[in-house]
Design a protein around this ligand. Structure first.
Ligand SMILES: NC(=O)c1ccc[n+]([C@@H]2O[C@H](COP(=O)([O-])OP(=O)(O)OC[C@H]3O[C@@H](n4cnc5c(N)ncnc54)[C@H](OP(=O)(O)O)[C@@H]3O)[C@@H](O)[C@H]2O)c1
Length: 432
C-alpha cells in the first residue's frame, strides 16, 4: 500500500495524542485513506524525554532536515506559539510539503502570509484542530454547510474560562479559587493569561470569521473582554434575573457588516449555550438555509484534538483537503464584500451593576443619566448592602432595553462621575 510520510514538529499534549492514534489505529486509518500514514520524523526540543508510541530513531531536534526529508509529504506543526511555528510552516510550504496545524494564534496573526505562501507553492494548509479542538467546526462550515450564508456564530471557545465560570456559578467560588481548581485539574496553564483575557477565544473567532464571512480581521481589531474581572456577585445577580454568564465569541452578519467580539455575555438559563458546563466547548451557528445548529464537545485535550488533526491527515491523503482549500480561497484578496462593524455601533441590551452609597436620590440620578443618553430601563433591582465595604454601599442592578453600545458606554462613563457612585460601573451585554 502507498505510504504517506509525515514529519511531526512538536510532540507534547496534541502531538502525543496524534502519535497514539497513528500507532494504535494504523489499520483503520489505512482502510479510510487507502494509504498508510507513516510518522517518519518527530521534532522536539528535548530528545531525551520518553515519547510513547514513537520509535526512538525518528526523534530529532533538526526541524530543517525533517521538513526537507524527501520521504515526507506532510508536515504537522504542533509546536504552538508564533515565531518558531511560523518559520516551520513557511519552510514546509516552500519545500513543497502540505501542512496541518492546530495553531490558532499563528493563523489569527499570520493567516494571510501563510495562505499566500501555500497558494504560491500550490500546497495546502489544513487547520481543523485550531478551533474548538475535537469539534469539526471548520469542516462543517466549509463543506457541510457550504450551501448557506452563515449569519451568526456564538461560541464557547475556551474551555478554561468555561470551567472557571461554571465553578463560580455552581459553587459560588471566587474567580481566584476557581482558577486554582482549573490549574489543579490541568485545564489551565501556569500562566493562563491568553485563556482568561479572551485572546485565545479571539484567535479562534478570527479564524471562524475568515471561513464564514471571508473577512480578514486584524487581531487587534477584535474587541475582547475576559473573565478575570468578573465578580461572583454579578454571576449571582444575573442568576436571580434568569441568566447565566458565559464567555462568548460572537460574530453577526447584518447587511454587509460583520460585528465581532469576545466578552462575558448574559444568556437565558434555557439557552443551549448556557447549559454547556465545565471545560467543554460549543459553537452555535445560524445559516440562512439550515437555521440554527449547535455543536458541542471536547475543545481541547490530547485525543480530542488529535482526532481533528488526524482527520486533516486523512483528508489530505484522499485529496479532499486539496479541493476544499482551492475552492475556499481563504485569507485571499477574494473578500466577499463584508466589512467590519465598529463595536460602538452594535445594538444590545445591557446588564449594568453600579455600586452606590446608600443615600436618597441615587437611583434617580443614575436613571437620569441613562435617560439623557436615550437608554430606556427594563428593570431595576437594588440589592442588600455589601459586607466587604466598610461604608454602606449597595449594588444597583439595571437591565436596559436595546441601545447602541457607544451610547451606553458614554452613559456609564458619566454615571461613574456621579457623586455617591463607587466606580467603575460594570456591564455586560445580554443575549435574549
Ligand atoms: N493542548 C490542547 O488541548 C490543544 C487543543 C487545541 C489546539 N492546541 C494547539 O496545539 C498546539 C500544540 O499544543 P500542545 O498543548 O500540544 O503544546 P505542548 O504540550 O506545549 O507541546 C509542544 C511541543 O513542541 C515542542 N517544541 C516547542 N518549541 C519547539 C521548537 N522551537 N522546535 C521544535 N519543537 C518545539 C515541545 O518539545 P518538548 O516536548 O521537547 O518540550 C513539545 O513537544 C498549539 O498551537 C496549541 O494551541 C492545543
Amino acid at each position: 500500500m502507498e505510504q504517506i510520510g509525515i514529519a511531526m514538529i512538536g510532540c507534547g499534549t496534541v502531538g502525543g495524542g496524534v502519535a497514539k492514534i497513528l500507532a494504535e489505529q494504523q489499520e483503520r486509518l489505512a482502510t479510510r485513506c487507502g494509504k498508510t500514514l507513516m510518522l517518519r520524523r518527530v521534532v522536539v526540543r528535548d530528545p531525551g524525554k520518553a515519547r510513547p508510541h514513537i520509535a526512538r530513531e525518528i526523534i530529532t531536534t533538526d526541524a530543517k532536515a525533517a521538513i526537507n526529508d524527501p520521504s515526507v509529504s506532510i508536515v504537522l506543526e504542533l509546536v504552538g506559539g508564533v515565531s518558531a511555528a511560523r518559520e516551520y510552516v513557511l519552510q514546509a510550504l516552500a519545500a513543497g510539503k502540505n501542512v496541518v496545524t492546530a495553531n490558532k494564534h499563528l493563523l489569527a496573526e499570520h493567516g494571510a502570509e501563510i495562505f499566500d505562501a501555500a497558494r504560491k507553492h500550490d500546497r495546502v494548509v489544513a487547520f481543523e484542530a485550531s478551533v474548538a479542538g475535537g469539534i469539526p467546526i471548520i469542516a462543517a462550515i466549509l463543506q457541510s454547510l457550504a450551501a448557506n450564508q452563515i449569519t451568526g456564530i456564538q461560541g464557547i471557545l475556551n474551555g478554561t474560562s468555561n470551567f472557571i465560570l461554571s465553578s463560580m456559578a455552581e459553587s459560588g467560588a471566587s474567580y481566584a479559587d476557581a482558577l486554582k481548581e482549573a490549574q489543579a485539574r490541568g485545564y489551565a496553564e501556569a500562566d493562563p493569561t491568553l485563556d482568561v483575557d479572551g485572546s485565545d477565544a479571539a484567535h479562534k473567532l478570527a479564524i471562524l470569521a475568515q471561513i464564514a464571512f471571508g473577512v480578514t480581521v486584524p487581531f487587534a481589531k477584535i474587541e475582547r473582554f475576559g473573565i478575570a474581572e468578573l465578580r461572583a456577585m454579578d454571576l449571582r445577580f444575573a442568576h436571580e434575573l434568569g441568566y447565566t454568564i458565559k464567555l462568548l465569541a460572537e460574530a453577526w452578519l447584518d447587511g454587509k457588516e460583520v460585528a465581532l467580539h469576545v466578552a462575558p455575555v448574559l444568556l437565558r438559563h434555557t439557552d443551549m449555550l448556557a447549559q454547556v458546563r465545565g471545560a467543554h466547548n460549543a459553537v452555535q451557528i445560524v445559516g440562512d438555509a439550515v437555521g440554527e445548529m449547535m455543536f458541542q464537545g471536547a475543545g481541547a485535550g490530547a485525543l480530542p484534538t488529535a482526532s481533528a488533526v488526524v482527520a486533516d491527515l486523512i483528508d489530505l491523503a484522499v485529496g479532499r483537503a486539496q479541493r476544499t482549500f482551492q475552492a475556499a480561497k481563504l485569507w485571499s484578496a477574494n473578500a466577499r464584500g463584508f466589512t467590519l462593524r465598529a463595536a460602538e455601533g452594535v445594538r444590545s441590551r445591557f446588564y449594568l451593576r453600579v455600586l452606590v452609597r446608600d443615600i436618597p436620590g441615587m437611583l434617580a440620578d443614575v436613571a437620569r443619566v441613562l435617560a439623557d443618553h436615550s437608554i430606556s430601563i427594563a428593570s431595576v433591582i437594588q440589592h442588600e448592602a455589601l459586607e466587604e465595604h466598610s461604608e454602606q454601599v449597595v449594588p444597583l442592578v439595571i437591565m436596559t432595553h436595546y441601545a447602541p453600545t457607544g451610547q451606553f458606554r458614554a452613559a456609564v462613563k458619566k454615571i461613574d462621575t456621579l457623586k455617591g457612585v463607587v466606580p467603575p460601573g460594570v456591564y455586560y451585554s445580554v443575549d435574549d
